[in-house]
Design a protein around this ligand. Structure first.
Ligand code: CAA
Length: 293
């Protein structure tokens, strides 16, 4: 029986979802589980679309949203190579549901404050819970997929980090990005600090985080935080065009190239050249095998 990882205190994911079932979000996650996590998942062949679907709360997310996202990533059908993340309504996401910090927490979920305590076991429990949440973000960098965040309106805190978890960001011209955590006495802890520093550099990342200011779409574009900025009415079409262009490249070559590019910053030039040779030989072998039939 599949469980949402890291969701020990949360209800189990139902039997409806089985890897490799017919296309459609319920193949990965039952409808009730989607609703409980504030998500809507739709899968159509090579394309998965994940919508944060709590517009009445500006798509505020809970721990369950993130453990469920991790579950979606782990159970994605092999057919999928493009994952689009979007928000329903005027905001991409207003970040963590602030009720997570209240003593009562969100109904059905443990309060973050409820996990805080003085002894090492409390610390370990909180560490494990946050690690489970982070898994909801990190899978979006996987080499076998390309993830695209379609951001309109606010992407605050965890919402900004979710956009940063994606490989590419397409912004509507009303997008507003804000790393609000330091202003709340916290740190960004949902795997967002590394991509932010990699994209904008340390000084700009410091300035954005430590002022907790809002970065509007045009500035985001200049900083490399958006691959594309379009009028709001054109956001879906722009994302669809980008997805189609990505799908036009052979998937194995795309995956190998993404892996190569992702590893570049951590390698010397000589090491990167060796990695290029190795990946190319794999590609040539695969092509030769295809030609042989
Ligand atoms: N958690 C819970 N509820 C939220 C929410 C959140 N993060 N953001 C918005 N809502 C609720 C509002 O309380 C409001 O509810 P009611 O209708 O019951 O009053 C409803 O959503 C609509 O919100 P607004 O009326 O405020 O909508 P707006 O369009 O005027 O403003 C907004 C939108 C700028 C996003 C504003 O709602 C806002 O600032 N929200 C809080 C953002 C925030 O501080 N997020 C936490 C960031 S830190 C983080 O995410 C990571 C971490 O680990 C700490």
């Amino acid at each position: 029986r599949a469980r949402v990882p890291g969701a020990a205190a949360e209800p189990e994911v139902g039997m409806a979802e089985q890897r490799d079932e017919a296309a459609g979000g319920t193949a990965v996650l039952g409808e009730e589980e989607q609703a409980a996590a504030g998500l809507r998942v739709s899968i159509d062949g090579e394309l998965a679309e994940i919508t944060i679907a709590r517009p009445e709360r500006r798509n505020a997310m809970t721990g369950r949203t993130w453990t469920t996202l991790a579950h979606v990533g782990q159970n994605l059908p092999d057919s999928v190579r493009i994952v689009v993340l979007k928000g329903e309504g005027p905001s991409f996401s207003a970040g963590i549901d602030l009720a997570m910090f209240s003593p009562e927490g969100v109904p059905g979920e443990r309060s973050m404050m409820g996990m805080v305590g003085d002894d090492p076991e409390d610390r370990a429990e909180l560490d494990a819970a946050i690690a489970g949440y982070q898994q909801g973000f990190t899978w979006l960098h996987r080499p076998d997929i390309v993830s695209i965040a379609a951001v309109r309106g606010h992407a605050i805190g965890a919402g900004f980090q979710l956009a940063l978890a994606c490989d590419l960001r397409v912004l509507a011209d009303d997008a507003k990005l804000c790393m609000k955590e330091p202003a709340l006495g916290l740190v960004p802890d949902l795997a967002g600090t590394k991509p932010l520093v990699e994209i904008v550099g340390l000084p700009r990342a410091l300035e954005i985080c430590l002022t907790a200011r809002t970065v509007a779409a045009d500035e985001a574009s200049r900083l490399g935080l958006a691959e594309l900025v379009v009028p709001g009415a054109e956001l879906d079409a722009a994302v669809a065009d980008l997805a189609a262009a990505l799908q036009a490249v052979p998937r194995d070559a795309a995956a190998a190239t993404k892996e190569l590019l992702q590893g570049a910053a951590g390698r010397t030039l000589d090491e990167q050249c060796a990695a290029e040779r190795s990946a190319q030989i794999d590609r040539l072998n695969a092509m030769a095998a295809l030609m042989r039939g």
